[in-house]
Write a protein that binds this ligand. Structure first.
Ligand code: ADP
Length: 468
């Protein structure tokens, strides 16, 4: 199996690489500056004897003989070589105006150097490095003086030592600094990752049966604390929906059990003795009725489950509610006529479109009209009203009946799932119609509420915002 580096190790490595690059760049820069400084110092030091010899030549009286002049120069050169530090290994040469060597003393006596050709050209002095076969180079100054040229050379070992001290210092400091920064990186990363370890440990404990675990928060408000808070909020939502699903399936199973038990006992009682074909017919019709009710109930449950999972926003379209309500009213007209209940639609002329799922909104209004017809005795009436409320930016639909009404303490509870005000008066409903209606209205950004007067009737008001 491939081993993965921990975040702590990755940060340690990153710190080390960044430190290595920056220290190396700094080292190169500092070394270059010091090298230049050393060369500058070497030039100054090599220039001093050259200037002294040149001054001695200038001081000698004019018109002296050539041999006398050479002696003055020789004295000056000897003085300089004798006074110089031994490990500088000073060497001095004097050339005549044609560039021929006249005198050489000190280190240049055994290892004579040619005159720097540049000085023979048009420049007055030059500084250069000469390799005389020793471990370090010689730094040489060549200069034009009255009556010829002077060339001085000093040994570069002392200067090279300065540079190598610095290089050695860097080479020693580099691994120590690398180790320190890598350790620091690892330590810092571990410290800031501790909350993540706590989150991982909590997540490990979370399972389908244990959703109560909470990630500890520090209250610091930093990114990791925010992550912990967000995870806790997410867990709370999951807990809530799992609890809802459990409640829902429990309630649904309970609701289905009653009609199934009724069917079973009907069949059992019928089978106890021989029956006439007419009796069988009657029992089968009753069973068929129960099965139809079950089918309607499971259908409603399925729709409720689907609506809770969220209505598909892709299936939404601008809807003309007037046309939709005409369809609903037309569908229920035969039933209303059958029950001797007057059903009519009163719709304002121009009502803006609503963005929504056609089938869902159809379901919503069908549930309301169905209930209104169910709970309105013969001779009553059910009115469906449609109007726009531009101030609210919404469309209002009111389903009003002159039925039995709803007691005040029941008005909110009827929107709960499986809640029936009174099983005996309810026409064998499942108690999910209004829960589904509210779910659909909510999914469309709207709301539904009820006003009612027991014994005189109810009005269900649906508010749906205009489609954009
Ligand atoms: P069901 O499928 O049983 O009709 P609903 O959720 O549609 O369930 O309704 C819940 C309860 O609210 C019903 O049992 C009924 O008692 C009451 N209810 C709904 N609409 C009306 C109405 N228009 N008039 C009186 N009671 C109503």
């Amino acid at each position: 199996m491939r081993r993965h580096l921990s975040i702590g190790a990755k940060w340690a490595l990153r710190y080390a690489v960044v430190t290595f690059v920056s220290i190396s760049l700094l080292g190169i820069y500092v070394y270059d500056r010091i090298q230049r400084r050393i060369l500058h110092d070497a030039e100054l030091i090599a220039e001093i004897p050259m200037r002294n010899v040149s001054a001695a030549i200038r001081r000698s009286p004019e018109g002296i003989e050539a041999a006398e002049a050479i002696r003055v120069i020789e004295d000056a050169i000897n003085r300089e070589v004798g006074a110089a530090d031994r490990d500088l290994r000073l060497g001095i040469q004097f050339f005549d105006p044609n560039g021929h060597l006249v005198l050489a003393r000190g280190s240049l006596q055994e290892n004579p150097l040619p005159l720097d050709s540049d000085v023979l050209g048009d420049r007055d002095s030059d500084f250069w490095e000469a390799d005389l076969g020793e471990s370090s180079p010689f730094y040489v100054v060549s200069a034009r003086v009255p009556g010829g040229f002077v060339q001085t050379a000093i040994y570069g070992r002392r200067f090279a030592q300065h540079a190598s001290y610095i290089v050695d210092g860097f080479l020693l400091a580099l691994p120590i600094t690398l180790l320190l920064t890598a350790g620091l990186g690892w330590f810092l990363a571990r410290g800031s990752l501790r909350p993540i370890q706590r989150i991982t440990a909590t997540a490990r404990h979370i399972s389908g049966s244990n959703l109560d675990a909470e990630v500890p928060t520090t209250g610091s408000g930093d990114e990791l604390d925010q992550l912990a808070v967000t995870l806790n909020e997410m867990m709370a939502r999951i807990r809530e929906s799992v609890a809802r699903i459990r409640r829902f399936s429990g309630d649904a199973a309970h609701e289905l059990r009653t009609p199934l038990a009724a069917i079973r006992s009907q069949i059992e009682v019928t089978l106890e003795k021989a029956r006439t074909p007419e009796e069988y017919d009657q029992v089968l019709l009753q069973v068929l009725d129960e099965v139809d009710r079950l089918a309607r109930g499971t259908d409603a449950l399925l729709r409720l489950a689907r609506s809770e999972a969220g209505l598909d926003p892709a299936g939404r379209e601008p809807l003309d509610l007037r046309a939709l309500l005409v369809e609903v009213v037309d569908f229920f007209s035969p039933l209303a006529a059958d029950r001797d209940v007057k059903l009519e639609l009163r719709a304002a002329e121009a009502v803006p479109a609503v963005m929504g799922g056609r089938e869902w909104l159809h379901q919503l209004f069908a549930n309301l009209v169905d209930n209104a017809l169910k709970f309105t005795p013969a001779g009553g009436s059910v009115g469906v009203e449609l109007a726009a409320d531009p101030k609210q930016g919404a469309v209002l639909v009111c389903v009003r009946d002159t039925g039995i009404g709803i007691e005040p303490d029941q008005r909110e509870r009827i929107f709960e799932r499986f809640h029936k005000v009174d099983a005996s008066r309810s026409e064998a409903g499942f108690g999910v119609g209004l829960a589904l209606a509210r779910e659909i209205a909510k999914a469309h950004g709207g709301s539904i509420r009820v006003e009612s007067e027991p014994g005189r009737g109810s009005a269900f008001r649906v508010v749906l915002p205009f489609g954009s």
